[in-house]
Design a protein around this ligand. Structure first.
Ligand code: SF4
Length: 330
């Protein structure tokens, strides 16, 4: 594929990448990936600036989720060895928030493993939000599963700036990974988040057995929702889950996917999260250059990330500034 022509189309004529062009890009040989990465970097800088956005997450309730998402070790349906705990008290959430602030994150996301929060869980999360807002400078995000209309508006009122609700995979593939709720249910909450005035954070997981074409379809489905942030996670096959036998996708394939998603969604924060260490391995900095201009630092929900210092050093080595949600340097 002629990437010089593509550069002219996207950067100079401001014409977006079509679905067919994205499919064509999936077929380029590995020797062209560096050229694609370079184009993706130029597109990132033009549409989103040169900064990197850091988030940290806390699993405020781990395990015993009623749903059967086949990649997830927190499902009650599978026997994955994880350390479960019930919903943390506000002072425990605050402690984690203070650590996150010290690591350099501007965005702190409270995550609980549920289909949707019960009344008492929701109330307790609201108390945590209030406390973290009072005691830190962090922007608060939440990921509490499906929301009712009242809950969505209550979170917006409480000052939650961003709500994460991933679609996980494209519409076609979704029934292969979850049978206890539908793609449309996920879509409903994603739309409700925006109605309630919060920024939407919506992405999913690559490498669950979907085809390369389905990865592209998925990116276009997310683009349609116009989220602020798009988490691009890579499957970290967890023992005991139905996807536990899968192997991570090749590192160069992951870089190519990030670059193509960047060209599809030039103005989004593409946040690399779970699975990046085992998938990108030595190519992590190439993933950032390819367009993953956001990253979750510290640990994930049930798996450990690499030490935050390693990520901070990588960003420093790349000479990219760390930015906050307003694109100010922090
Ligand atoms: S992905 Fe979320 S909804 Fe699905 S099983 Fe895990 S915690 Fe539950």
């Amino acid at each position: 594929m002629d990437l010089t022509k593509l550069e002219k189309q996207i950067l100079h004529d401001n014409k977006s990448l079509s679905f067919d062009q994205a499919i064509e890009l999936t077929e380029i040989k590995s020797e062209q990936v560096l050229e694609l990465t370079s184009l993706a970097r130029k597109v990132t800088v033009k549409y989103k600036g040169d900064g990197v956005f850091l988030r940290s997450i806390i699993s405020a309730k781990t395990g015993d989720c009623s749903e059967d998402c086949s990649f997830c070790s927190q499902s009650v349906h599978f026997s994955s060895p994880i350390s479960k705990h019930s919903l943390l008290d506000p002072d425990e959430v605050l402690e984690a928030a203070i650590q996150s602030q010290k690591m350099g994150a501007f965005d702190f996301c409270i995550v609980i493993a549920v289909k949707g929060p019960s009344k008492s869980q929701f109330q307790k999360v609201l108390e945590s939000i209030k406390l973290v807002k009072e005691k830190t400078n962090l922007e608060i995000g939440c990921s509490l599963g499906s929301l009712t209309r009242d809950q969505a508006f209550a979170l917006g009122k409480a000052g939650v700036w961003r709500y994460n609700h991933n679609l996980e995979s494209c519409r076609d593939f979704f029934p292969n990974i979850c049978t206890t709720h539908t793609y449309d249910e996920r879509l409903d909450t994603a739309k409700l988040v925006k109605e309630a005035g919060m920024e939407l954070c919506c992405g999913g997981i690559i490498g669950m057995g979907e085809t390369v074409e389905q990865r592209i379809k998925f990116a276009f489905e997310i683009k349609e929702l116009d989220p602020h942030t798009v988490p691009i996670n890579f499957l970290n096959p967890r023992p005991g889950t139905p996807l536990g036998h899968l192997k991570p996708i090749p590192s160069i394939e992951a870089v190519k996917t990030i670059a193509i998603w960047r060209l599809i969604m030039p103005d989004k924060v593409l946040m690399s999260g779970g699975g990046r260490e085992i998938t990108l391995r030595d190519l992590q900095s190439m993933g950032v250059v390819a367009g993953a201009n956001g990253m979750i630092i510290g640990n994930y929900l049930t798996t450990e990330g690499r030490p935050p210092e390693d990520d901070l050093r990588m960003i420093e080595d790349l000479q990219m500034p760390i930015k906050d949600r307003y694109n100010n340097e922090v």
